[in-house]
Design a protein around this ligand. Structure first.
Ligand code: ZN
Length: 141
């Protein structure tokens, strides 16, 4: 089985049809983050219920990696606590730096499809953009 082809398909699926792309009615926080190196823009909206991330939506444009990573992240952190999301962010960072255990960690869900980014260090910023936005949005709650 060609795993990289499978992963590529998953990335394009998130890039083209994200269930989390769009806007929330009344977000508790909204932030725009740019990655000038690649030209990526992410607008992240957040709804919180206490310590929990109730809903995440994103908009923006940019490369497939930045947009797919935002979609995958939104899917993975919705319903989780901020502490759990932070742990996932750390795990995802390990994956982006080539950690083989992180690349197999089921907790990362579809984000595992981005393990190939480890071979392209200049794209790490693209993959981390939405996570950085989440971190900033949390500070604005
Ligand atoms: Zn990019």
């Amino acid at each position: 089985m060609d795993l990289s082809a499978l992963y590529q398909e998953l990335i394009l699926k998130h890039y083209r049809h994200s269930a989390h792309k769009g806007a929330l009615e009344a977000p508790d926080a909204e932030i725009q983050m740019n990655n000038p190196t690649c030209g990526d823009v992410i607008v992240l909206q957040l709804k919180a219920e206490g310590e929990r991330i109730a809903a995440v939506r994103f908009g923006g444009q940019g490369c497939a990696i930045s947009q797919a990573a935002a979609s995958m992240m939104a899917h993975q952190v919705e319903g989780k606590t901020f502490a759990e999301a932070e742990a996932l962010a750390e795990r995802f960072k390990q994956l982006l730096h080539g950690d083989a255990d992180a690349a197999r960690d089921r907790a990362l869900g579809d984000l595992r499809a981005l393990a190939g980014v480890a071979k392209f260090p200049q794209r790490v910023r693209c993959a981390m953009l939405a996570w950085n936005a989440l971190d900033e949005a949390k500070k604005r709650l």
